[in-house]
Ligand binder design. Structure first.
Ligand SMILES: NC(=O)c1ccc[n+]([C@@H]2O[C@H](COP(=O)([O-])OP(=O)(O)OC[C@H]3O[C@@H](n4cnc5c(N)ncnc54)[C@H](OP(=O)(O)O)[C@@H]3O)[C@@H](O)[C@H]2O)c1
Length: 230
């Protein structure tokens, strides 16, 4: 049965590929990007499939997002908080870990997930209880500690933790929430050396979102369904 899936950061990378595959299988997709003028691949994809609606949405702009949500009447079956940034793979002394960059990473990867989920919660609740998927990362796991990208790692640890908190709070409403590691994916963020394609990651993730239920709410798993350590 066709469902409505809303995806943030849908103009490139994993978000764009999830948009393509969800629309191809018959879902209605609300594909969000922060700058529609620059989202040429997404606009081209949407032109070929009328089930894709492009929506301008910056996950850090809370007030704008609340206004967009207030004006939207559609129900959402799956809300995918995918937008994310990685400021640097360097260690503590990397100058790229400056105030502005750290603020941007924490605002996007943590607060952005929170703002998105809160703004569109009425739509996730609207017709029948939907689901919320947070795209996190194994790099945020305490069992995978490493000396590189400390700020990104901290942000993804927080994103996973946030998914857990939301899962507990929203369970009485029938809404399931999960955190998902997409694999190491060949995107602008993952780089060319990454181990899997956006196609493989997106198809696995969509299957995991379908499998997410109140029985599994609070899960942290990868795109193949393997449980990930917190
Ligand atoms: N690639 C990997 O190996 C990997 C591994 C683990 C987890 N992840 C996670 O998977 C998600 C997608 O990653 P990706 O590899 O597809 O990255 P990507 O190719 O760099 O794409 C990131 C997306 O997030 C959007 N974005 C960033 N800040 C935003 C904001 N404030 N508001 C709205 N959209 C914003 C970007 O939009 P713009 O084009 O406007 O910048 C872009 O669409 C991220 O959460 C990432 O942390 C990726």
């Amino acid at each position: 049965m066709s469902q409505t899936i809303m995806i943030t950061g849908a103009n490139r990378g994993i978000g764009l590929e999830m948009t393509r595959q969800a629309a191809a299988r018959g879902d209605k997709v609300i594909a969000c990007c922060r700058d529609a003028m620059q989202a040429t691949d997404l606009i081209a994809t949407a032109k070929q499939n009328s089930d894709i609606t492009v929506l301008g949405l910056d996950v850090c702009a809370e007030n704008d997002m609340n206004q967009i949500a207030a004006g939207m009447t559609r129900a959402i079956d799956i809300l995918v908080c995918n937008a994310g940034v990685l400021n640097s793979y360097g260690g503590m002394l990397d100058p790229k870990h400056d105030h502005v960059a750290i603020e941007n990473v924490l605002m996007t990867n943590v607060a952005g997930v929170f703002f998105t989920a809160r703004a569109f919660l009425p739509h996730v609740k609207k017709e029948k209880p939907g689901k919320i998927a947070v795209i996190s990362s194994i790099m945020g796991s305490n069992r995978q500690s490493h000396s590189n990208a400390p700020i990104y790692r901290a942000s993804k640890a927080a994103a996973t933790n946030l998914a857990r908190s939301m899962a507990v709070e929203l369970e009485p409403d029938g809404i399931a929430v999960g955190a998902f590691h997409p694999g190491w994916v060949r995107t602008d963020m993952g780089g060319r050396e990454a181990s899997i394609s956006p196609e493989e990651s997106a198809s696995g993730l969509l299957a995991r979102f379908d499998a997410l239920s109140l029985a599994t709410t609070g899960v942290f798993e990868n795109y193949k369904g393997d449980e990930m350590p917190f």
